[in-house]
Design a protein around this ligand. Sequence first.
Ligand code: SF4
Ligand code: SF4
Length: 188
Amino acid sequence: MTQYLRGIYDAVASALKGMRITAKHVVRKPVTLQYPDERWVLPARFKGFIINDTNLCDGCLRCAKVCPVDCIYIETMGKGKDRFMHRYAVDYNKCIWCGLCTEECPTFACQHSLDYDHALYDRRRLVYEFVDPERPVPCHKERRQQMGYFVEQVAAAPPDPDRIAKAPRRADLPEAAPGAGGGEGGGS
Ligand code: SF4
Ligand code: SF4
């Protein structure tokens, strides 16, 4: 009989113990977010996906040359003031987020964004195209200004977290053309 009562006591005590732990977690402040509806506030220097503000880019190729994995594809045509960039793409399949391209860029066109969540079914879509080939971007600063492109002075253009935060995200960018994903960094 004693053993029987002891068993009942242990079962009730065990259930109460479990309920106490559950209750503690019910009132505890959650440590997770309801992603993607809720997101952490990222620090301004967060190294998200590389973006290119083509208003500032002069197609100098320095970012492509310094990239250790050759994942920046730049294609230009013409010379001098008539040089135009018709492709600037970053292959995020290969990018290692080293940031060397941003450090090398003389115009701050190439920056890390705060964008980081890219779950895709097709890895070809991780090749981001920043220039519409039908609308090549003038490389020469004077020509860009003549054509109404916004050009900041380098001295007045330190990396601006606000500008980076407002940079286009995946949904704003054109999808990579089927079959994109190869190519050489550089070329003019
Ligand atoms: S962050 Fe590094 S790997 Fe990625 S594009 Fe820039 S240089 Fe290349
Ligand atoms: S280094 Fe900067 S300015 Fe030069 S091609 Fe790359 S993004 Fe453009």
